[in-house]
Design a binder for this molecule. Sequence first.
Ligand SMILES: Cc1cc2nc3c(=O)[nH]c(=O)nc-3n(C[C@H](O)[C@H](O)[C@H](O)COP(=O)(O)O)c2cc1C
Length: 189
Amino acid sequence: MKTRSASLLLALLILASGNALSQTSGNPVTDLLLSAWSPRNYTTLPVTDQQIDMILQCGIKAPSSRNGQPWHFTVLKNEAVMKEIIPNITPGNVIIVISGKLSQAGTTPDFDCGLTTQNMFVAATSMGLGARIYGGPIAAAREKREALQIPEGFTPVIMLRVGNFEKGTDAVSGASPRKAKEEVVNWVK
Ligand SMILES: Cc1cc2nc3c(=O)[nH]c(=O)nc-3n(C[C@H](O)[C@H](O)[C@H](O)COP(=O)(O)O)c2cc1C
């Protein structure tokens, strides 16, 4: 009997601890946010232009400071060009380079580029695609600014890799662990 109570208590504690699965509520947006993760390995099934178009629309819809929309999107599909930026890219993947407008006082291009990137990450994930944000190799994209035909006055800030991936991994085993709520949240009531 004692063991049963202990198990029940443990189950309640796990539920209350706020892990990703315990917070799913049937709300498709929160469910998606809590189950999203960033695959590293992709299949060669090509991402379609229609899928990229929808992802871009969702990126363009992102909020930005004073609605300045200080961003430009460059869609890379050429495998050789993509490999010069992300060497382990898989054929069929697409890289979206998000460039920000060079800063003027009172504008927040890097922050706004982050918001549009996250919108596109979530959109791609919701469409059953994998997506991973890349900042590490951004220097390679900056060096290629002219070859990538990025307009004058914009510089690459961040990239989003989009591809198809083998399904079957869930957020608990696939996602990188997050810090505990207690570590990163304080309330002032
Ligand atoms: C600004 C930024 C830069 C990132 N740069 C890289 C990168 O260069 N290479 C990489 O493999 N992942 C990169 N990531 C992906 C993160 O490592 C990933 O989002 C994080 O580990 C969470 O993974 P999960 O979504 O699978 O839980 C970047 C993410 C962000 C937000």
